[in-house]
Structures are given as structure tokens and as C-alpha cells.
Design a protein around this ligand. Structure first.
Ligand SMILES: *Cc1c(COP(=O)(O)O)cnc(C)c1O
Ligand SMILES: [Zn+2]
Length: 431
């Protein structure tokens, strides 16, 4: 038996190459399901270790996604794969950041080191590959920015027409610039992300366009590899906690699926706990968590972290499943906490965009609350690159943000062409 699509609610199955995004019977979200019972006998840690650091001649296995092809898309014809390659991102450990959050063992996995600067590339290689497999010629997404940047890049590489829908305000300039540069058709709509996603879904069916938002289950298959790679980088040791920002909840969902599958095939023997961190102004999952997932209410989203400014996450049901499977928790952090945590990550020399800093801010809060113990091993996911949102950096450090005070400012110094003035400035600032 090969891979299939399966509804997470009613269990209805569909052929893997059917053009379908949600269940025809009940509207539920679809999962890609592989025949893990037979895949299990073809993989082991040594196979994946042997592919590490391989040369482009070993394509696609030099990709941090396709290294795990057996767990991502086992029966796929390799010739269809569109890869930059992606993944192979670093795991950092800084004592300054550990001290700041009160952890004895904190790793940060920097997904901003992907080809277009965010983890979205891991999903996009899966989704664009499926577009090719289906013979689609046009691909589209609605995006807060990073999905568009990734889609534009992979569409260009695959020779497909890329179409991206942005809201006409608050799109971080680095992301908009990428989509334009890589040649996608860029449509700015006078509507927020949640509405843009509705529009894309409606128009795509009508116009024969393949939708690559994270409702697309093939994207989540690619994003699973963040977990595979993290655990491989820890020499197949399982951390106690995985901490990840939550917006549309594609990552949270895919992490839960990845961990359950690693367990099922016997590559790990316990699961880490998942901690999903939302911005206070875009926290529908957090609110539902507080009532034991009894009811869900969407909200109008507001946050400086534009990548997670989402009030109606499409993958809500899958994220709840992931949290239940991993005994997970949900926390929320204010824009102030996000930007202060970002300043700490930036000052450590690696940097990240605002949304990514939820991982550090959330870890700090969960340790202070006694939920994460200082001796537990934590892996925080940094989802995007510092240059994605340069305005956020400059505005924070010049203390011109509306609702955020710069608690860790690195002030810019303006001086005239005057050696004495500059000398005085340097002397007063240097040891
Ligand atoms: C997309 C994105 C997120 C949110 O991820 P979800 O899977 O939608 O929850 C967080 N940070 C960055 C940088 C992103 O691009
Ligand atoms: Zn169904």
C-alpha cells in the first residue's frame, strides 16, 4: 500500500493524487498518511546519518527535508522533487540566553537559515513538488509574507506561475521584496490575512490554481523534518520540550505528526512536550486552551509579530491533536515580551524576526511559571531571519514603536564630521 489522504475527523480516505484540500464528506482537514508499517523496515538512524553533509550529486538527499524522504513522501518519483535544497539549519546554544530565561539547557534551532529565510521553505518543497506531481501549472497562497517569499522562489525554480495575495498593510518589507524579486504575481488586497485566505481558496478552484497555504497537507509533510532534523542533531536524543510560535498552526500540527511517526517507526522511544506560544493579540489557540478546548472563537488579530498575526488558524484542529498527543501546553506573550526577547536573540549575534522570538519569550515565561523545569532540555524554534523585518529592528532600537518600550536598546549615534566630537563619543562609550 502506498500513501493516501485521510480525513482527520471522519477517516474518509482519498487517493494521494486527488486534487482536494478538505474532506468532501465532512469538511475536515486531511492528513497525508504513509504506510509506516512497511517504511519502518527500510529506515534506521544510520541511513539518515550517512546522508548528512552529502554533496549535490546526492540530490535530493542532501536536502534537510528529502534526507527523510521515506517519512515525507516514500513512493514519490525523485525526478519531480523541487529542492533548493532546504533545511540543514543550525542548532545554537548560548549561555547568555540560557541565563536570561533561567534554563540550564536551551537550544535554538534557526529555521531562518533556510534558502528564503524561514521554515516555510521546508513546507514549500513538499507542496510545490506535489503541484508538479499533479501537473498543476499555477500555484497560489495568501500570506503574511514568508509563505509568499518561499512560494515565489520555488515557483521560479520549478517554472510554475506563482501568485501571492498580501494584505495591503503591515507586510514586512523583506518578505514583500522577496516575492516581487522572485517574479511572482503579487496581489495586494484590502483585507487581512484570514480574509485573503478565503479569497484564494474560492478563486483557486474556479481558475485551476493549486493552493499552497498550510491547509495543504503536503506542506506539513515537509515541515515535519524540523523535528526529524532536531532530534538527529541531538544524536537521536529526545529533548524534554519543543517550543514554537503559533500562527496558522501548521508547524505545531506538523511537529505533533512528526513526533508520533518517529515513535511509531521506532526511531525514538518517548515524545517531547510541545509548547505553542502565541502573541497576546493573536491568541485564539491560547484562549481555547484555557477552556480545555471546549470551544474555539476566532478573533481580530493585532501584533507586532506580523508572521503570527492570524485570528482564525486553519490548522486549529490538527494543533489541538498535536497538543493532546504530546501532553503539550499553550502560552501567550505580549508584544513587549516578544520584542525584548528578540533584542536578546539579536544581540547574541544570530538574530530573528519578531514572531520567532516567541520561542524565547515563551520559554522564559513557562520556566518562571514552573511549567518547564530549569534542568529540562528545551529546543526553541526560531522561525525566520532577522532581515525579514528590518523596520521592527530599527523602530525598537530607536524607541519609536507604538506599544513597546525599548528595554534593551542599541542606540544609533548621529555626529557631525568632527573628529573631536567623535573622539569624545567613543571615549565615553568604550572601556
Ligand atoms: C509562518 C510563520 C510562523 C507561524 O507558523 P504557523 O505554522 O503558521 O503557526 C511563525 N514565524 C514565522 C517567521 C513564520 O513565517
Ligand atoms: Zn471527513
Amino acid at each position: 500500500m502506498g500513501s493516501i489522504l485521510q480525513c482527520m475527523d471522519c477517516g474518509q480516505q482519498y487517493p494521494i493524487n486527488q486534487l482536494i484540500y478538505t474532506c468532501d464528506h465532512c469538511g475536515g482537514l486531511l492528513d497525508v498518511r504513509h504506510d509506516l508499517a512497511s517504511v519502518k523496515h527500510t529506515i534506521n538512524r544510520e541511513l539518515f546519518d550517512a546522508r548528512l553533509g552529502s554533496n549535490p550529486s546526492k540530490t535530493p538527499y542532501h536536502s534537510g527535508v528529502w534526507r527523510y524522504k521515506e517519512l515525507v513522501y516514500p513512493d514519490l518519483d525523485e525526478k519531480l522533487i523541487v529542492t533548493r535544497p532546504e533545511g540543514n539549519t543550525n542548532l545554537y546554544r548560548f549561555s547568555s540566553l540560557q541565563n536570561w530565561v533561567g534554563s540550564e539547557c536551551l537550544y535554538l534551532k534557526h529555521e531562518g537559515e533556510n534558502p528564503t529565510g524561514s521554515f516555510k521553505d521546508r513546507g514549500m518543497t513538499g507542496g510545490v513538488t506535489q503541484a508538479r506531481s499533479l501537473g498543476m501549472k499555477q500555484i497560489a497562497c495568501a500570506s503574511t509574507g514568508n509563505t509568499s517569499a518561499a512560494l515565489a522562489s520555488y515557483a521560479a525554480q520549478a517554472g510554475l506561475r506563482g501568485i501571492v495575495f498580501f494584505q495591503n498593510s503591515n507586510v514586512a518589507i523583506g518578505k514583500l521584496a522577496q516575492a516581487v524579486a522572485y517574479g511572482a504575481m503579487c496581489v495586494r488586497v484590502d483585507a487581512d490575512f484570514d480574509r485573503n485566505l478565503e479569497l484564494v481558496r474560492e478563486l483557486s478552484i474556479e481558475l485551476g490554481i493549486y493552493v499552497l497555504n498550510s491547509i495543504n497537507p503536503f506542506r506539513l509533510e515537509g515541515q515535519k523534518t524540523i523535528m526529524f532534523e532536531t532530534i538527529q542533531q541531538l544524536d537521536w536524543n529526545v529533548p524534554d520540550w519543543i517550543v514554537v510560535p503559533g500562527g496558522n498552526l501548521g508547524n505545531s500540527s506538523s511537529f505533533g505528526k512528526a513526533l508520533c511517526e518517529l515513535f511509531e517507526v521506532g526511531l525514538i522511544d518517548k515524545l517531547p512536550r510541545l509548547a505553542v506560544i502565541q502573541a497576546a493579540g493573536a491568541s485564539p489557540l491560547y484562549r481555547a486552551y484555557q477552556n480545555g478546548f471546549e470551544h474555539f472563537e476566532s478573533m481580530k488579530a493585532h501584533t507586532v509579530a506580523s508572521a503570527i498575526k492570524i485570528g482564525n488558524p486553519v490548522n486549529y484542529a490538527k494543533a489541538v491533536r498535536a497538543l493532546r498527543d504530546t501532553n503539550g501546553v499553550v502560552e501567550m506573550v505580549t508584544d513587549q515580551e516578544i520584542m525584548d526577547a528578540k533584542a536578546m536573540i539579536d544581540a547574541s549575534g544570530i538574530g530573528c524576526e519578531p514572531a520567532s522570538a516567541c520561542s524565547l519569550a515563551g520559554t522564559r515565561k513557562l520556566i518562571a511559571a514552573g511549567i518547564i523545569h530549569p534542568s529540562e532540555t528545551v529546543v526553541g524554534i526560531l522561525t525566520g531571519h532577522v532581515l525579514k523585518d528590518p523596520d521592527a529592528v530599527v523602530n525598537y532600537h530607536s524607541n519609536t514603536m507604538e506599544d513597546v518600550v525599548a528595554n534593551h536598546p542599541n542606540l544609533l549615534h548621529d555626529v557631525g564630521d568632527d573628529v573631536q566630537q567623535i573622539r569624545t563619543l567613543l571615549k565615553s562609550n568604550l572601556a
